[in-house]
Design a protein around this ligand. Structure first.
Ligand SMILES: Cc1cc2nc3c(=O)[nH]c(=O)nc-3n(C[C@H](O)[C@H](O)[C@H](O)COP(=O)(O)OP(=O)(O)OC[C@H]3O[C@@H](n4cnc5c(N)ncnc54)[C@H](O)[C@@H]3O)c2cc1C
Length: 410
């Protein structure tokens, strides 16, 4: 991506500066740009190709893309579609979420590498003159005077740059520099778990669908990436450090207990470099904003990968933010604290409700906790769906559309 305006200018001014070119930042950049707002997105990496991130484009996000008029072009990109999500519990295949009846046009989750999705959004936003994307540019600090934020500091390959802005948006993910420098307070929930991400080849006779697979103690997720499986192995925090001391063969044995692919396939894990560790946590800001700055997406609320709803919520935050900001900026009025509070108010309920559900889904019910043998079995929500299959429709609604669906107003 081209770094415009960088060579000659060491200080620039923009109306809205967004730190972070993930789903939240890129989508907000596009929505503001198409509404004629001068917007600059700052991304620390040189491209969107990096660590595993959420690969799921949910029906609610597909609706936004539909509203933007890009759906045909978007769905022409390589992807797979899941109308249902399944889990394998012992020998039983359970449908844990069903999207096929949702009241939207695209009743499926599209699995697409996040870099393809972000490149697509960047391409659309880049068509507007008033959109600027600076890559390889980590944000290092905020510009603040008298408690009010009025811009940020960025390192670029050409040296430091300051950007003055009417509003700074922190969309820089779960380790947000913006929320840290703004001094926004974080509430943390639950015990972190770990996900080990691995690639295994796809071969004839493999399962045909993206699926979750719950073993006796751990979960295993297979994501179809066309010519290979992206595998996520969910374990308790500390597992990876423990198993590393026991060696790769012991690790392969543990994976084999829960992996639905043939045991021989695990010989493709040749070194510890083939297993990428990600710590999962659930947290949120007590207040998402202070004068001149607001955080959205994972920067405001890190989600657990349960239900794969992080990207979905990040996009919904971006839509809600644009819905508040566009009329304000189009009328020539300054953005006030009331506007920022309105964004938080709109998105606070879906965030809290989703996190509450994720925490509940992670835990066992009390009876199971008391029974050591059952405590190792599938979580209570999977057991409930096994008993009452219609609950898969409710799960489909919560995963596919979330608690409060945003629609583009402008
Ligand atoms: C193990 C795991 C599995 C997951 N699986 C799924 C899934 O299947 N489906 C799903 O929907 N969600 C999933 N999620 C969550 C999902 O990836 C996130 O919720 C989502 O990407 C959040 O989007 P975001 O734009 O808010 O933040 P991010 O995607 O984190 O984007 C933040 C961006 O900011 C950039 N950045 C960071 N610091 C700076 C800085 N100082 N300066 C400039 N740029 C900076 C980063 O490089 C990044 O591009 C998963 C998360 C984890 C940890």
């Amino acid at each position: 991506m081209e770094n415009r305006d960088m060579e000659a200018v060491r200080s620039i001014k923009t109306t809205v500066v967004i730190a972070g070119g993930g789903p939240a930042g890129m989508m907000l950049g596009l929505l503001l740009a198409r509404a004629n707002v001068d917007v600059t997105v700052i991304e620390k990496h040189s491209d969107f190709l990096r660590d595993f991130r959420g690969d799921t484009i949910h029906p609610s996000t597909l609706e936004i893309i539909e509203q933007l008029g890009f759906i045909k072009e978007f769905l022409a990109l390589p992807h797979t579609e899941a109308r249902q999500l399944h889990a394998e519990i012992g020998d039983q295949k359970v449908t844990i979420a069903d999207f096929s009846w949702l009241p939207v046009k695209n009743r499926f989750i599209a699995f697409m590498p996040q870099w393809d999705f972000l490149n697509f959004v960047a391409g659309k936003a880049g068509q507007y003159e008033n959109f600027r994307l600076l890559m390889s540019a980590p944000v290092t600090d905020l510009l603040q005077t008298g408690g009010r934020v009025h811009g940020l500091k960025v390192e670029t390959p050409d040296g430091p740059l300051t950007i003055e802005a009417d509003l700074v948006v922190g969309a820089d993910g779960r380790n947000s520099v913006i929320r840290d420098k703004a001094g926004l307070e974080i509430e943390r929930f639950g015990v972190p778990t770990e996900v080990l991400w691995m690639r295994l080849s796809k071969q004839p006779g493999d399962p045909t669908e993206t699926m979750g697979h719950a073993g006796p103690q751990q979960g295993f997720v297979l994501i179809d990436r066309g010519d290979y499986w992206q595998c996520g192995y969910v374990v308790r925090k500390g597992f990876f450090a423990d198993i590393k001391t026991k060696g790769l063969e012991a690790f392969r044995e543990r994976v084999a207990e829960v992996c639905p692919l043939p045991r021989e396939r695990l010989s493709e894990i040749k070194s510890w470099d083939d297993a990428q560790l990600l710590t999962v946590r659930i947290d949120r800001l007590k207040q998402w904003w202070k004068p001149g700055v607001i955080c959205i997406g994972d920067a405001a609320h890190a989600m657990s990968p349960i239900g794969g709803v992080g990207v979905n919520l990040a996009i919904q935050d971006a839509v809600a933010t644009a819905n508040v900001l566009v009329p304000v900026l189009s009328s020539g009025r300054s953005i006030t604290d009331v506007d920022l509070a309105a964004i938080e108010k709109r998105r606070s309920f879906p965030t809290k409700a989703t996190q509450r559900l994720q925490l509940m889904m992670r835990s066992k019910n009390k009876k199971d906790q008391a029974d050591a043998k059952r405590a190792k079995g599938p979580p209570a929500f999977v057991l409930a769906i096994m008993r009452f299959p219609l609950l898969a429709h409710l799960a489909g609604r919560l995963i596919g559309l979330g608690f409060r669906r945003e629609k583009l107003k402008y």
